[in-house]
Design a protein. Structure first.
Length: 149
């Protein structure tokens, strides 16, 4: 089984793939934070930056919709998709996924919980992100991993 890494705008890359040729799609898009994010390496020699600013929620959801249509197209009939998001737009994303994959193709959601504390805010800080799990059909492949407690 061969795997390969392709770089570029995921929409352009996935359009070059054959329909029904992908087993698994993992999506970790911008989270609709309406901010520019930057990171400097520890040695301070390199800065990475990306913009997560959108004119509107509709523009953001249109960006996702175009890509999700293509992801669904390239998934095998036994394929699965995992979509990583946070509370900024998860409720809109779930509706979009239900529309494109069908409500019955929702399999589960994984809650990625982390701890945060702040004395400077009056309300709870966000403490989780969500990964939605959808399949293309009822005949999806999933290997359950078991581990000792």
């Amino acid at each position: 089984m061969a795997s390969e890494v392709r770089q570029g705008d995921c929409l352009e890359v996935v359009r070059g793939l054959t329909a029904g040729s992908v087993d698994l799609v993992y999506v970790d898009p911008p989270f609709f934070t309406q901010r520019t994010h930057s990171l400097v390496t520890r040695d301070r020699t390199t800065k990475f930056e990306f913009s997560d600013e959108w004119k509107s929620r509709a523009e953001y959801l249109g960006f996702l919709h175009a890509r999700l249509q293509e992801f669904r197209r390239v998934l095998k009939m036994t394929g699965s998709m995992f979509f990583h998001c946070d509370t900024n737009a998860s409720h809109h994303i779930r509706c979009l996924l239900d529309e494109l994959f069908g409500e019955a193709m929702f399999r589960s959601e994984i809650i990625w919980h982390y701890r945060r504390w702040s004395n400077s805010q009056r309300n709870p800080l966000p403490s989780h992100q969500t990964i939605f799990f959808y399949s293309k059909t009822d005949n999806y492949h999933y290997d359950q991993l078991f581990d000792a407690y």
